[in-house]
Design a protein. Structure first.
Length: 188
């Protein structure tokens, strides 16, 4: 988020690197008329202490075709924000973007970076705000492929991990055994 406005980076910085769980979210609609999604919010957030003992780091590997957003769990004001390296990075996503689905359109797809508080494991859902072709507007809980309320699990970095592994330019590196490895291990 090197191009994000200071108001965002100051509001999210804890002095530590923030690690995210990144996943692709595809939004589909079976409606015959177009639907515009113009907002979303995290719902049913439940966080508890993490039981994870190992950190596995995968340094970023370049760009992707999906537009990216970032959200903290529990969410912070103005999120989700745009993460892509272009104008608007760090700005609230739905201030300048919409997602169109339905009417035979392709799925609305995005790359989501979810960040939980350090030492926490959080489970949450998503509600989207939509407007349909009849100007009906409402919030809708997203569902999984089985028709149940979508639940997403976001795990943070353990507060005191026993092992740290990183995969990058060299095969697997055990950072907990080689603290002198340097920059590659500094990522986890």
């Amino acid at each position: 988020m090197e191009h994000a406005p200071k108001r965002y980076t100051q509001g999210t910085s804890t002095g530590n690197t923030e690690f995210s769980r990144t996943f692709k979210l595809r939004l589909l609609s079976t409606r015959s008329a177009a639907v515009v999604i113009d907002g979303w919010k995290a719902t049913g957030v439940i966080c508890r202490p993490s039981t994870a003992k190992t950190v596995v780091g995968y340094p970023s590997q370049g760009g992707v075709a999906y537009q990216g957003i970032r959200v903290h769990v529990p969410p912070r004001g103005g999120e989700p924000v745009l993460t892509d390296d272009d104008e608007g990075q760090g700005e609230p996503y739905f201030d300048s973007h919409i997602i169109e689905v339905g009417n035979g359109q392709s799925s609305g797809a995005m790359r989501v970076e979810a960040i939980a508080p350090q030492g926490q494991s959080c489970e949450w859902g998503i509600k989207v705000h939509y407007v349909d072709a009849y100007q009906k507007a409402q919030w809708l809980q997203l569902k999984d492929s089985a028709g149940n309320a979508l639940r997403i699990r976001t795990e943070s970095v353990p507060a005191d991990p026993r092992q740290k592994w990183v995969f990058g330019a060299v095969p697997w590196t055990a950072c907990h055994q080689k603290p002198e490895e340097g920059s590659l291990c500094d990522m986890v």
